[in-house]
Design a binder for this molecule. Structure first.
Ligand code: SF4
Length: 365
């Protein structure tokens, strides 16, 4: 069977317009999700916050974080005025910390460049830190009724299937063609954009899932090309796989009088800006730092694997409880030479520090 051309895709989109949008809007209002705290609001601050948190994180995890963020930072001004450390501490456990840093930078830009009011168009929203095309489209569609399609991973899957788009989405021009088709099927009726946009998200999360889509109960069942062709799971077509790598690190877990030694990671890289135990690339360096006498007292902890999008990171914690003030002071001097940001932090106070989730689990048990 020959592959679909962009012109054929657009034609297909026009053929199912306006039925596709009308059905989705009606289905969302009847069957879609309405219980999430960021739904049904037209406040760009809440929509933006939820969109950023939902990138690469499940709804069930985001719920608690969303509530805590709103309690601590009820509006964009409060978030902009907060120290970055407070934002990272509250974000701790959500992962992908560049999102938290961009969140903070974006809030500051909204306040300093836009008088504390989010711009109303998706184009202007994209000029802000951390706001890409899909997030800007979600904010503009939900809050300002702009006729623009979101295009995250779920939406690519749903639209590829209903429109039968069988071209490789790793290729930019193919992704662009799908986006143009997505624009062609948008609802024309005023006031439908929020339900339509939510409908795309809900359909992707509940019926048109990656494996075993529930086609029988889908509002698009009779117009869906992938279902007609009999193999919905074949879509979306994406051949380029993310290259993964491995890394191994040793964590020096020093304990001194109910305190642990933490140091702040640099501004760039994994865990940027967070507080961690000293990280070393090999065990020899760790042992050289301690010397033979202390090295013999070390308690090795189980090796754990931390899975990131592009990386399997193996962590080897080495624990040492210090009983001598002079030794603690000597190690503090050596560690401060390695990373000037280090300090002793009371274990009871760790909740107030921005730690990566695996370290929090390790230190707090
Ligand atoms: S009919 Fe099936 S494959 Fe097509 S959009 Fe609906 S759930 Fe997805």
């Amino acid at each position: 069977m020959s592959a679909t051309s962009p012109a054929r895709l657009l034609q297909q989109a026009q053929q199912v317009t306006p039925v596709l949008a009308e059905r989705l809007v009606a289905w969302q209002r009847q069957e879609g999700r309405h219980h999430l705290p960021w739904q049904g609001v037209r406040d760009p601050y809440r929509v933006w916050l939820s969109e950023i948190m939902l990138q690469q994180t499940q709804v069930s995890t985001v719920l608690g974080y969303f509530e805590r963020f709103l309690q601590r930072f009820p509006d964009v001004q409060a978030l902009a005025a907060a120290p970055l450390d407070d934002v990272l501490t509250l974000w701790s456990g959500l992962g992908y910390y560049s999102r938290a840093r961009n969140l903070h930078r974006c809030a500051q830009a909204v306040v300093s460049q836009h008088g504390g009011v989010f711009p109303r168009s998706s184009e202007a929203l994209q000029s802000l830190p951390g706001i890409g095309p899909s997030t800007s489209a979600a904010i503009a569609a939900f809050c300002f009724d702009e006729r623009i399609s979101i295009m995250d991973g779920n939406v690519k899957r749903v639209l590829s299937r209903v429109l039968g788009w069988d071209q490789d989405l790793s290729v930019k021009t193919h992704e662009r063609a799908l986006w143009e088709a997505a624009q062609a099927v948008l609802p024309a009726r005023e006031g439908d954009m929020p339900s339509y946009t939510q409908g795309l998200m809900d359909l992707g999360a509940t019926l048109c899932t990656q494996r075993k889509p529930a086609c029988l109960t889908c509002p698009w069942s009779d117009i869906c090309q992938a279902r007609v062709k009999g193999d919905p799971e074949r879509y979306p077509v994406k051949t380029r796989k993310l290259k993964r790598s491995e890394r191994e690190s040793w964590l020096l877990w020093l304990q001194w009088q109910d305190q642990v030694w933490l140091q702040q990671m640099p501004d760039k890289g994994v865990w940027a800006g967070l507080w961690t135990l000293p990280l070393l690339d090999d065990e020899q360096t760790l042992m050289a730092l301690l010397g033979d006498k202390l090295g013999a007292l070390i308690e090795p902890q189980p090796r754990t694997k931390h899975v990131l999008t592009h990386l399997d990171w193996y962590l080897n914690p080495r624990r040492l409880v210090l009983g001598d003030a002079a030794v603690a002071a000597r190690l503090q001097r050596s560690l401060t030479e390695m990373a000037s940001s280090g300090r002793w932090v009371p274990v009871a106070d760790l909740d107030n520090w921005g730690l990566p989730a695996p370290l929090r689990r390790l230190l707090q048990g």
